[in-house]
Design a protein around this ligand. Structure first.
Ligand code: FES
Ligand code: FES
Length: 156
């Protein structure tokens, strides 16, 4: 089945089984490997992307649902000022260790700050509650969100 959608603002077309996940389409069919596969069953958030501006788990979304929609992954986000603001904040706060959760975490923090430019610690922790990190203990990631809010003032 031919599916057309926007990937990082570029119109793309793929010919795949309609029930193949967006995650496997991105990574396997299209070779866009910034989006990671952790659990593959909606539990870890490693595969987080934005779909029509909303944070979703790409492993749980059949590609047929993406037809005509707008997908943003880390490949696109890191080309933007806001994406770089989040990435730099994670580096500054040392919120990246093995880095496996990081692409999903960047998308989750971006979605949070875009909706709430000055989030409380509770709001930050709630926003990343669907993203598992086995390395950092979350404190540094929360700190990164605060840095991105502060350094990105006027950007969000
Ligand atoms: S790989 Fe999608 S939620 Fe874990
Ligand atoms: S940095 Fe290793 S899982 Fe988060």
């Amino acid at each position: 089945m031919k599916i057309e959608f926007y990937l990082n603002s570029e119109l793309v077309a793929v010919d795949v089984e309609p029930m193949q996940s967006l995650l496997h389409t991105l990574r396997g069919t299209m070779g866009r490997t910034a989006t990671k596969e952790g659990c593959g069953e909606g539990e870890c958030g490693a595969c987080s992307v934005l779909f029509n501006g909303r944070l979703v788990n790409a492993c749980m979304m059949p590609i047929s649902q993406v037809e005509g929609g707008d997908v943003m992954t880390l490949e696109g986000l890191r080309q933007t000022e806001k994406g770089l603001c989040v990435i730099n904040a994670l580096l500054e706060a040392k919120g990246v260790q093995c880095g496996f959760c990081t692409p999903g975490m960047v998308l989750a923090l971006y979605a949070l700050l875009d909706a709430d430019p000055n989030p409380s610690e509770h709001a930050i922790r709630t926003a990343i509650s669907g993203n598992l990190c086995r390395c950092t203990g979350y404190g540094m990631i929360v700190e990164a969100a605060k840095i991105a809010a502060q350094k990105g003032e006027g950007l969000w």
